[in-house]
Write a protein that binds this ligand. Structure first.
Ligand code: ADP
Ligand code: MG
Length: 254
């Protein structure tokens, strides 16, 4: 199973939207996809119509030694299973102080899963904490959705700094990729920021930016098959092709 973390320490940059759209794209191509909602706010979970109150079984139990198959549920979208977010995830930070192995819990759970999913996509919270560290330890690539706005460059730098820190404790190198989002080609700042992202020394940027598209704004609809196909989803298809063409070296041989 390939594990992709979708992360940025900045909120509102398109992490959850990218997780949804990339997950759809992989599932539409015939893959079995697992989406893991690592954000206690649960916007990915709600996009599939799963309420976070009362708390369903989900991500929290992965930190209590449960397996993926015990906590994943059909999402309603063909080919996609979901591990739902729960408010209790917010209490994990406190537990991590007294429970040293907790940083690797997610990776263990994903590796214990022998069958089933071809891909796991991890929708990360914007805060630097136990859940994000778990995702960075468990993934074989990090995709950083980055708004094509000059202010977003700080968030990207912070994320790449965190990735470099976590990478030191990993056995394998971490492939880092930038996915430019919320791109408005009519603005000069949008164009300039895209150029800066494409020349970024810390990670390779996808040459296909995701445009601003109002059809992507309704996350609840994105979780259903009836959602209207538009240029936003088309851009995610192009981005997916680029992502698949840039597999980490050790996966080529696998
Ligand atoms: P994050 O998970 O990083 O906080 P979201 O994916 O929730 O970001 O996106 C933030 C907001 O922007 C949401 O309301 C979402 O629907 C909207 N959005 C995301 N990508 C696009 C896009 N390409 N065009 C228009 N709206 C978008
Ligand atoms: Mg989100």
């Amino acid at each position: 199973m390939r594990v992709w973390a979708i992360a940025n320490q900045k909120g509102g940059v398109g992490k959850t939207t990218s997780t949804l759209c990339l997950g759809r794209s992989l599932a539409d191509a015939g893959n079995r996809v697992l989406l893991v909602d690592l954000d206690p706010h649960g916007s990915l979970t709600r996009a599939f119509g799963v309420p976070t109150e009362p708390p369903p079984v989900g991500t929290y139990e992965l930190f209590n030694d449960k397996n993926i198959s015990e906590v994943a549920r059909p999402s309603g979208y063909p080919g996609i299973d979901l591990v739902a977010a729960q408010p209790a995830m917010a209490t994990l930070e406190r537990r991590s102080a007294t429970q040293p192995g907790l940083g690797l819990a997610l990776g263990r759970a994903l590796q214990a899963e022998p069958d089933g999913h071809d891909y796991a996509l991890l929708d990360c919270p914007p805060t630097l904490g136990l859940l994000l560290v778990n995702a960075l330890a468990a993934c074989d690539r990090l995709i950083v959705p980055t708004q094509t706005d000059p202010l977003a460059l700080h968030g990207l730098a912070g994320m790449l700094h965190t990735a470099a820190m976590v990478e030191r404790s990993r056995a394998r190198p971490l492939l880092r990729q930038i996915l430019p989002t919320l791109f408005d080609k009519r603005t000069r700042t949008g164009q300039q920021t895209l150029e800066q992202l494409q020349a970024h020394p810390g990670a390779s940027a996808c040459p296909h930016p995701i445009p601003v598209d109002t059809r992507l704004r309704d996350a609840d609809a994105l979780g259903s098959r009836e959602h209207m196909y538009g240029r936003g989803l088309a851009a995610y298809e192009h981005a997916m092709q680029w992502l698949l063409d840039t597999a980490p070296a050790e996966q080529e041989a696998a």
